[in-house]
Design a protein. Structure first.
Length: 435
């Protein structure tokens, strides 16, 4: 009973913060003291409970370094012109009939290259929605396409923090996980492309497009060398080079391109790496500002506190009773179904993707003993389910970046099709086994 009250109090704190539009970090801090207090209630010493929390944090220490590298790389890709170059030539393909589909494809490309849904929404997402709005395309469709595309790479990019978190939690190889993720996403991806492609034939857009190309052409020396930082990531990822090494090399290449092609002073690049890309031009700033180590501070704090929860849950056995029920559910149905239902519960409670992933893993760890299968289950459930919860920052922040309402979650079809396709496969297998 005490366990239920503690979890309910934490859930209430999360909901209040969301309702009042207060940082979720406040709720997480409240949760830290609640779970710390539970440990004291269970007769553990303060030193022991703190040790539990520290153990949880240690599980994500490597990811924190990656977060900082991602902050630097997304800022330098803006500064050296990698993102503007891709956008400049990709937007030449745009027409009202294919704009929704192209929004999904472009956001998928950028999210795969950068591994960040927030960064994708703040760059390519803003550009695509702006163009779609100018063409008279309802934001319900363009916003959903942005969210789907942003989470495509957030799930399976070698630079994705969620993919790194899953591989860390399950002690599996990141690149093996990515290979498995592509195997399960092929059909949902094709169906998503078909649906977004069909939407273009049913809407009647009007308008002339935006001046995005002119803005980038005026502020950047558009040179093919700007593709090198992205090419480095792709090539080294294919060669299965450690993601931190790949990003470090890309940062070096980005710096070289920025210095030689864009003629940016080195001191300005250091400031960009720390604080993010910024410019005095209002139009360019609206399209491209962001990144930098500073942009990752909030995420790092969320991950650290969430990781401490995992350690305290494990040390104090707070979730043992619920974990037992989930294991029994897996025995009656299947491990994937148990993980899927667990991810829905944790996503509703957690309000952020990181904690949803960690709680889902901890609650269902005995439901699936195969580490690689567990990693795939998490990627096909918690990672894509969390952004569909209106009060979760996983979906709310990307949509807010592009000025779209949360209603757009209804048209983020890729996020529905992926877990449903896996569920259909599980049901077919269950029926076959019962014959």
């Amino acid at each position: 009973m005490t366990e239920i009250l503690v979890l309910a109090a934490f859930a209430a704190a999360l909901f209040v913060c969301v309702a009042l539009d207060v940082s979720v970090l406040i709720a997480l801090c409240i949760g830290f003291f609640l779970f710390f207090g539970y440990g004291l209630y269970k007769k553990y010493s303060p030193k022991e409970v703190f040790s539990f929390a520290l153990t949880g944090m240690k599980t994500v220490k490597n990811i924190l370094i990656t977060f900082l590298l991602i902050g630097v790389i997304t800022a330098l890709w803006r500064a050296c012109g990698t993102i503007p170059y891709i956008v400049y030539y990709a937007t030449a393909l745009c027409s009202p009939q294919v704009m929704v589909l192209l929004t999904f494809l472009l956001c998928s490309l950028i999210s795969f290259l950068t591994g960040t849904s927030f960064g994708t929404a703040a760059t390519m997402g803003v550009i695509c929605v702006t163009m779609a709005n100018s063409m008279g395309i309802p934001i319900l469709f363009s916003g959903g396409a942005v969210l789907s595309g942003a989470l495509f790479g957030d799930r399976c990019s070698p630079m994705s923090t969620s993919a790194l978190l899953v591989s860390t939690l399950t002690k599996t190889n990141l690149f093996h996980n990515i290979k498995n993720m592509f195997r399960t996403c092929i059909v949902p991806l094709i169906l998503t492309i078909g649906i977004y492609g069909a939407i273009g034939f049913f809407i009647q857009p009007q308008g002339n497009g935006t001046n995005v190309r002119e803005i980038f052409a005026a502020h950047f020396n558009l040179h093919p060398a700007m593709l090198l930082p992205a090419a480095v990531i792709v090539v080294l990822s294919i060669c299965k080079v450690n993601v931190k090494i790949a990003m470090s090399v890309s940062i070096v290449v980005s710096t070289a391109v920025a210095l030689t092609v864009q003629k940016i002073p080195f001191t300005d690049l250091l400031q960009t790496a720390l604080l993010g890309f910024a410019t005095e031009d209002a139009e360019l700033s609206r399209l491209l500002s962001g990144g930098g180590m500073k942009s990752m501070i909030n995420v790092i704090l969320i991950v650290c506190i969430s990781a401490s929860f995992s350690g305290m849950f494990d040390g104090t056995h707070l979730l043992d009773a619920l974990q037992t029920k989930i294991t029994k559910l897996a025995d009656k149905s299947s491990p994937y179904i148990a993980v899927l239902l667990t991810s829905i519960l944790t996503s509703v409670i957690a309000c952020n993707q990181t904690l949803a992933i960690m709680l889902t893993h901890q609650l269902s760890i005995k439901a699936e003993t195969d580490s690689e299968k567990m990693a795939l289950h998490l990627e096909d459930t918690a990672v894509v389910v969390s952004p569909l919860v209106p009060w979760s920052i996983a979906g709310a922040v990307p949509l807010a970046c592009v000025g779209a309402p949360n209603l757009c979650m209804l048209t983020a079809v890729y996020l529905y099709l992926l877990p449903l396709w896996r569920l259909l496969g599980e049901c077919r297998q269950k029926m076959k086994d019962n014959k």
